[in-house]
Design a protein around this ligand. Structure first.
Ligand code: NDP
Length: 485
């Protein structure tokens, strides 16, 4: 089996690989062929306890290091990731089925950017001085303690880095649980952090299903939980964290709108609609799956969109010419096809695709529906597959009202050459992350996250620091203390 990538053991705790074969078996397969990539074990209670104990024991000395010492380690890890980008990208492609063409630029590379960014700002994380006449106050920025990260399967190493980098920069320790479908790259990240000089126990990885995530969230040693996942899981994890009054970051799902006005650059708008729906075979949380197109340009938009989408190269994700891969799993494949059937049954017009790909496997054709109405399931529910809904509109006011008519609020985009309108529209969007004349770019320097049911808190940029640290306020009296009696 050429694509076997069996790690030394299932978990990485206290700077080393750890196994406990009493755990439930956890097999990861290459989605393109179904061949087994690795066979691991889910964490037992002992492993969960071991990881949390390691993170708890490591936290005082890690927090006591200076920000510049911590930052140096994160930046070194970023360099190692860049040196090993191809190897890590191949691993990510085997685990997720995403084309190597994508993973080479979007996964480990984004993780390295994140470690570098938070490595660079770690030394500058401070409190402030507040003068109060002769008295004064100051604030101390403190880490939260042991944090738990729980990841989704679509961007495994990126998600692990997006949680680890700010958490560690602030002086926290972390136990990370990847999705059971993509267990491998977080283990590599743990190895790399150790190689970069991270003290044992500061970053730990344990494998498992939802119940392992639940056990981590419930543990009283945990101060903060950061989840990337679906809205239903988010509701459960948020509620469980509330029992212990724990800090949370919730990066959840979406059904984001992309508004294309008739004065937009049509070629760019078509490119953005393709990126917003078919990159990673549509398995991206912030995708703009409701594409609202002003009626005057609708026929030309659809013609150009269809012509370009037909050029997708569907094939083996390890072939660098491939730019469209399979779904991650049978379950996700079934979900995508069931929504396509719903779209057809509800009366939307199928412009392109609509079937499993003739080559077999878990490939679903890039699918475009037009004449979609706001009440259809394909326009209301997150599919997490390559299914684009195109909805015609007349006016800006109408488009905005319909764009915001959703429980989600992760992202939104607008294409127009009218500068004033672009800013007016994003100001009115009920969404955490917006784009003007582009879509789905998520540099580490820009905060990322959702509003409404799509989440709580922000990842990346300076904003993430507020979610991985807290302020202690200190009032200093400089004169006599007065009392009533
Ligand atoms: P899930 O919500 O199914 O799972 C997310 C993670 O939570 C997995 O590691 C899962 O474990 C774990 N989990 C499941 N149940 C529990 C529980 N009760 N307590 C603790 N942990 C639990 O999401 P998917 O993995 O299917 O990912 C797809 C979803 O993620 C989509 O909705 C997508 O929009 C969203 N997403 C959001 C992003 C964002 O930044 N906003 C980015 C990427 C994806 P296991 O998988 O082992 O069951």
């Amino acid at each position: 089996m050429p694509n076997t990538k069996q790690p030394e053991a299932s978990h990485y705790i206290n700077g080393q690989y750890v196994e406990d074969s009493a755990g439930k078996e956890l097999v990861t397969r290459y989605p393109a062929t179904g061949e087994v990539v690795a066979s691991l074990y889910a964490a037992t209670n002992n492993i969960v306890d071991h990881a949390l104990a390691a993170a708890d024991a490591a936290r005082a000395s890690w927090a006591a290091m200076t920000g510049s010492e911590r930052g140096r380690i994160l930046r070194k890890a970023a360099d190692i990731i860049r040196e090993r980008n191809r190897e890590l990208s191949v691993l990510e492609t085997l685990d997720t089925g995403k084309p190597l063409q994508e993973t080479l630029v979007a996964d480990a590379a984004s993780g390295a950017d994140c470690l570098e960014y938070f490595g660079a700002i770690a030394a500058g994380l401070t409190g402030e001085h507040i003068q109060l006449g002769k008295d004064f106050a100051y604030t101390i920025r403190e880490p939260l303690g042991v944090c738990v990260g729980i990841g989704a399967w679509n961007y495994p190493i990126q998600i692990a880095c997006w949680k680890a980098a700010p958490a560690l920069a602030c002086g926290n320790t972390l136990v990370f649980k990847p999705s059971e479908m993509t267990p491998l790259s977080a283990l590599k990240l743990a190895e790399i952090l150790t190689e970069a000089g991270l003290p044992d126990g500061v970053f730990n990885v344990i494998q498992g299903y939802g119940e392992t995530g639940g056990a981590l969230v419930d543990d009283s040693r945990v101060a903060k939980v950061s989840l990337t996942g679906s809205v239903p899981t988010g509701r459960k994890v948020y509620a469980a964290a509330a029992k212990g009054m724990k800090h949370v970051t919730m990066e959840l799902g979406g059904k984001s709108p992309l508004l294309i006005f008739d004065d937009a650059s049509l070629g760019d708008a078509v490119s953005a609609a393709i990126n917003a729906n078919f990159y990673s075979s549509g398995q991206i949380c912030s995708n703009g799956t409701r594409v609202f197109v002003q009626k005057g340009i609708l026929p030309e938009f659809l013609a150009r969109l269809k012509e370009r989408t037909q050029k997708a190269i569907i094939g083996d994700p390890l072939d660098e010419a491939t730019n469209f891969g399979p779904m991650i799993s049978q379950a996700q494949f079934d979900i995508a096809l069931s929504y396509i059937k719903k779209g057809i049954d509800e009366g939307a017009t199928l412009v392109l695709g609509g079937k499993a790909h003739h080559k077999g496997g878990l490939y679903v054709e890039p699918t475009i529906f037009s004449d979609v109405t706001d009440d259809m399931a394909i326009a209301r529910e997150e599919i997490f597959g390559p299914v684009m809904s195109v909805l015609p509109f007349d006016t800006e006011e109408e488009a905005l009202r319909r764009a915001n008519d959703t429980e989600f609020g992760l992202a939104a985009g607008v294409f127009t050459s009218d500068l004033t309108r672009a800013h007016r529209v994003v100001a009115a969007f009920e969404a955490g992350t917006c784009w003007i004349n582009t879509y789905n770019l998520t540099p580490i320097e820009m905060p990322f996250g959702g509003t409404k049911a799509s989440g709580v808190g922000r990842e990346n940029a300076k904003a993430a620091i507020e979610h991985y640290s807290e302020l202690k306020s200190v009032y200093v009296g400089m004169g006599p203390v007065e009392a009533a009696f």
